[in-house]
Ligand binder design. Structure first.
Ligand code: PRX
Length: 635
């Protein structure tokens, strides 16, 4: 990097890359590439796409003739699995490790070369085909963090089916709603999943959920825990039984897909109503994920990459499953969490497997910080060269701890801002960019962001406003599956022509972006995205509840915690027992991640005259802050 690229007079607390970091970085001249991408967006993305293999080259890089329904690599024929697996099989990478997996209890380790991964995915794909899954069909996947979830996703993609992964921390109602909305014909699940030494009953939850899902014809069950689960004849099938059949052989052709053919849907919470099915496609998604992982985490053949996210969220999709395979990298996947059974469990893995690049969420860092430095200091973390953060703003204190205690002041932290909808990093540094704790620095190559006021004018520098993205990018969501109007309305109608992120942010005097939080009714609990509507509808399904409102309040470890305000039906009285019962009710029906932190019984909820709950007012009151403009409040 040229020393003048970033003036030494950047403001505030700044961390410049060391000469070693610059020396190692694949891309040293960050600004030249940014300038090229700014001037020639299509040229930049065409160059990235050319690094991957296409069955047939595209005719047009970007088709924006029907905004906001953008298309990328139009006319191109491709399959993301061809680039994740097939193309490596003709190179020396064939025998390279694609995946190393360790069980939560550490007693099992499974490894898969690219060659072995191909066999597993092909076998899975053949089974899916034999079960009648066809191109365009939706398949719901509800499995814990085990290699089979990756095989299942890739097997769907390989044959052109659309996967819809539901996070194993969700429960009956969430699963049911997602199966019903996607009209999946097949659900792939497991007997159970391990979580902190306990078993999550995935199969039983599935059984409960699909009682009201007529689209489901078959359930494929992976054996993980080995405990007994009910199996319904002609509907439920053990995966390992099917593997023994001749049809389940390890060779399966990869379907030729149109670049714009759907790859997956992933449900995420929005401002109102039901979760939305975000749709991503084979071509553009592949190029965006590949390019962003390459530049930001700089993965090279000798790296060992660990993204701690669950495959059930977009971070897992893009940077645990697809991205590292597109780059031909070796990934590590761990079944468990950071502190079970001890708070050095993760650091033990880093040491044992020689992890070089490590990507996690601020909530994990904060939960580990609590246990002090002694735990990480017992482990040799010298293999690490880059760190990453995602999911919510990282508070500077956690950033500094991560930087000094884990990275030993050697490893830059890539604070990547992005969303389920964006598919790839949108505001992010690369290794050579000077860092400021808590800022994702600047937009990725080819992207431009702005911060607007209510009327759509850019706010003065330093002030908070609505964060919007100005230019299309290849891995952008194509639509909300089954609801294109909502796609337009949600993302493109507040400021026509500009993508509304739903976040508020400010920009500092050096042009760095600082994300503040969501402007809508999304709550970020430990980085998990939940909607107030889902929590509220779960609460009102309890016989004691007449009305409910959910809000997120700051929480030291989780970032935000769910607080609910409940109006009881006549005949029910508030009590600590009822409060506890309601917390359990939400956990049981929606999922343990949605369990409210606190239940407050109230006589009245603040509403607008048109009857909308003013969560903003509840938030302000709970924190003792000014209530803001309450002219629309009905009292
Ligand atoms: O509010 C932002 C926050 O997470 C939201 C997107 O959530 P989800 O779709 O679940 O995807 C999470 C993983 C990409 C954003 O609107 N967010 C994500 N990353 C960051 C962040 N906030 C601040 N800094 C980040 N690095």
């Amino acid at each position: 990097m040229n020393d003048n690229t970033f003036s030494p007079s950047l403001h505030g607390e700044v961390y410049y890359p060391s000469p070693q970091v610059v020396e190692q970085a694949r891309l040293k001249d960050w600004q030249a590439l940014a300038e090229f991408a700014e001037q020639d967006l299509e040229g930049f993305w065409a160059r990235e796409a050319e690094e991957l293999e296409w069955f047939q080259k595209w005719e047009k890089v970007l088709d924006d003739s029907n905004k906001p329904f953008f298309k990328w690599f139009v006319g191109g024929k491709v399959n993301i699995v061809h680039n994740c697996i097939d193309r490596h099989l003709t190179t020396a990478r064939k025998n390279k490790l694609a995946l190393i997996w360790e069980s939560e209890d550490g007693k099992q380790v499974r490894t898969f070369s690219y060659y072995a991964l191909n066999r597993e995915v092909s076998r899975f794909a053949n089974i899916l085909k034999a079960m009648g899954v066809r191109k365009g069909d939706r398949v719901t996947i509800y499995i814990g963090r085990i290699p089979e979830i990756i095989f299942a996703m890739l097997a769907c993609a390989k044959i052109g089916a659309i996967h819809s992964v539901v996070f194993a921390g969700f429960s009956v109602d969430a699963l049911r709603g997602r199966i019903q909305d996607s009209q999946s014909r097949l659900v792939i699940t497991a007997d159970g999943a391990y979580q902190n030494g306990k078993i999550v009953e995935l199969k039983r939850i599935t059984d409960e959920a699909i009682k009201e899902c007529p689209s489901v014809e078959n359930v494929l069950v992976i054996r993980r825990t080995g405990h007994e689960v009910p199996m319904e004849a002609n509907r439920d099938h053990w995966y390992h039984d099917l593997c023994a059949l001749p049809v389940a052989n390890g060779k399966c052709p990869t379907e030729v897909m149109d670049a714009e053919d759907p790859l997956f849907i992933l449900y995420t919470s929005g401002s109102t109503g039901k979760p939305k099915a975000i749709l991503h496609v084979h071509g553009g998604y592949m190029v965006g994920v590949y390019s962003s992982l390459k530049y930001v985490f700089d993965l090279k053949d000798e790296d060992r990459w660990w993204c701690t996210a669950d495959p059930g969220w977009i971070t897992g999709h893009s940077y645990l499953v697809y991205g590292p395979l597109l780059l031909g990298a070796t990934s590590f996947m761990f079944e468990g969490g950071p502190v079970y059974p001890y708070p050095d469990r993760w650091w033990q893995c880093v040491e044992h497997y020689g992890i070089t690049v490590f990507y996690t969420a601020p909530t994990a860092i904060r939960s580990l910080m609590r246990f002090g430095e002694a735990w990480p200091n017992r482990r040799d973390l010298s293999s690490l060269r880059l760190l990453g953060s995602v999911g919510e703003p990282i508070n500077p204190e956690a950033w500094r701890w991560y930087y000094s205690v884990i990275g030993k002041e050697r490893c830059p932290i890539m604070d990547t801002w992005w969303q389920t909808e964006t598919g790839m990093f949108m505001i992010t540094p690369t290794p050579v960019v000077p860092l400021k704790p808590g800022s994702g620095t600047r937009p990725f190559f080819g992207q431009k962001a702005e911060i607007l006021d209510e009327a759509g004018n850019p706010v003065p520098q330093g002030q908070e406003g609505y964060l919007v993205l100005l230019r299309p990018w290849p891995s952008m969501l194509r639509t909300i599956y089954g609801d294109p109007e909502r796609y337009v309305q949600q993302y493109w109608s507040k400021y026509p022509g500009k993508y509304l992120t739903g976040d508020s942010a400010r920009q500092d005097e050096d042009g760095y972006f600082w994300i503040i939080g969501r402007t809508d009714d999304v709550i970020k609990v430990s980085g998990h995205r939940l909607g107030t509507a889902e929590i509220e509808s779960s609460l009102v399904s309890h016989p004691a509840v007449a009305e409910a409102a959910a809000i997120g309040l700051p929480h030291e470890i989780k970032g935000q915690a769910i607080h609910v305000f409940v109006l009881l039906r006549v005949g029910f009285a508030p009590s600590p027992e009822l409060a506890e019962e309601l917390r359990q009710h939400v956990a049981k029906h929606l999922g343990p991640i949605a369990r409210p932190e606190a239940v407050n019984f109230v006589d009245k909820l603040p509403k607008t005259r048109s009857g909308k709950i003013m969560r903003r007012v509840l938030r302000a009151r709970a924190q003792g802050l000014p209530e803001g403009d309450i002219s629309t409040l009905e009292e």
